[in-house]
Design a binder for this molecule. Sequence first.
Ligand code: NAI
Length: 246
Amino acid sequence: MLEGKIALITGAGRGIGRAIAAALAEAGAEVALLDAGRPEEVQESAAQIAALGRKAKAYLCDVGDYWRSKECVEQVIGDFGGVDILVNNAGITRDALLLSMKPEDFAEVLDVNLKGAFNLCKHLCGHFIKKRGGRIINISSVSGISGNAGQSNYSASKAGLIGLTKSLARELASRNITVNAIAPGFIETEMTAKLPEKAREALLTQIPLKRAGKPEDVAALAVFLASDSAAYITGEVIKMDGGLCI
Ligand code: NAI
């Protein structure tokens, strides 16, 4: 389905990013995996994919760093010969109620979750325009649609990502570049493992499908959005939340 395509995925060391990288590779794509966290995790993600016989390479890159992300995009284009699919998945939380939220926690979340996606789109869009095609998939959140008490920084960043998605979809459509967002609900990863047991239970009772999602659920949608079947979809925000925000 994605044979001959090259994908760049941020935050690919674990969780949803790792699952998206694996699923794109399974569908035939070669994958460049970027992460700023524990180097061994992103190396391991790449090694698992390479073991299946697909080209995969890990890069250490803080997506919030404009110049490092530019350098990294150039490295990826040099190593793979181009990029067709960009998945902006890297994200962090620094949860607190507004009264106790530190300004630096607000700034850091915006820097990674929103500016990080801007940086990657900015560094790759010239390349996509020259190639006359490309796919951008931004991993937002239902928190960016409905808001969430204790997550004003995170929700603002994820709502911003939806605005970025829709604006770029309009800006880049004439160049055959589609830009879409996935808004996951409650997905089992290290990010949500931090939630107190009571909060998890309360959340589960609100999900009509009565279970948390898996990283693979999100990955399947990313593969579809990257495929030719989704060529006529742009500027969309697709929820993947078991019905949480119907
Ligand atoms: P995770 O914490 O398990 O993985 C996030 C990955 O991003 C890690 O490998 C981390 O090292 C990397 N990362 C963090 N900051 C980075 C930076 N500055 N530059 C490059 N990489 C960086 O989180 P998870 O759950 O896999 O989340 C992935 C995305 O999905 C995030 O954008 C998150 O906001 C979003 N999401 C997750 C939901 C969930 O329930 N797990 C729900 C809705 C959205």
